[in-house]
Design a protein around this ligand. Structure first.
Ligand SMILES: CC(C)(COP(=O)(O)OP(=O)(O)OC[C@H]1O[C@@H](n2cnc3c(N)ncnc32)[C@H](O)[C@@H]1OP(=O)(O)O)[C@@H](O)C(=O)NCCC(=O)NCCS
Length: 186
């Protein structure tokens, strides 16, 4: 990943603008990160305070500065409200791989918005970050997330047993991945 990713890349799709998340977006981000339905399979408890969200926004900047990831805020064209986010994390450039993450405010589920955002971000990742492999780690009962990545061509490679400790218990996680050659052939 280019260490000097400036200015922050803005991605435009049919209905969306994907842009940097700013401190002034904190209340909109709080809306979805404090929603227990959104956070159900996230591996983190629902956020309780605005300070928690400010730390999350600071983390987006840290991963960008360290070249280990990038997070875009999802907005609808013509509206500035951040209704979700998506991007890369745990990027390991020497292995040409990264993980993808995403979430959407519940009021916007079921409209194909995550699908549109993910398609753009995956395509951007393969084009500009020199990636060979994009991984998605998903809890088995998170059906909408599984369907979302399957629609993008991700292949389920296996079950990572007791991979995460969240909410006082160990969770199994499906490892999905999309390889560059598979993406190019889509
Ligand atoms: C994952 C997420 C971004 C998907 O949002 P979305 O774009 O609104 O996706 P949809 O609600 O349209 O669901 C995607 C697909 O799953 C299907 N689906 C949703 N819930 C389902 C269920 N309980 N059973 C079967 N299918 C289901 C939808 O019908 C849709 O399939 P289709 O496009 O073939 O009709 C959203 O659900 C979310 O923010 N979840 C919480 C955060 C999260 O879990 N992130 C991922 C961590 S791995």
């Amino acid at each position: 990943m280019d260490k000097n990713l400036a200015p922050f890349p803005i991605i435009e799709t049919n209905r969306l603008i994907l842009r940097k998340i700013k401190v002034s977006d904190v209340n909109n981000v709080f809306q979805y990160l404090s929603d227990k339905e959104v956070m159900k399979y996230y591996g983190l408890a629902p956020f309780e305070t605005v300070e928690d969200v400010l730390s999350e926004i600071a983390w987006y900047q840290t991963i960008l500065d360290n070249s280990t990831g990038i997070r875009w805020g999802i907005t609808l064209k013509g509206k500035d409200e951040v209704i979700g986010s998506c991007g890369f994390l745990n990027m390991v450039s020497e292995h040409y791989r990264t993980e993808i993450g995403y979430e959407l405010n519940r009021s916007y589920w079921g409209k194909g918005i995550a699908n549109e955002a993910l398609q753009a971000v995956v395509s951007y990742g393969f084009k500009y970050f020199n990636l060979q492999r994009i991984e998605a780690l998903i809890e088995p009962p998170n059906i909408s997330s599984r369907k979302l990545v399957e629609k993008q061509g991700f292949i389920r490679e296996g079950l990572l047993r007791n991979y995460e400790f969240a909410g006082g218990k160990f969770d199994d996680i499906y490892m999905y991945a999309l390889l560059k050659q598979d993406f190019d052939a889509l």
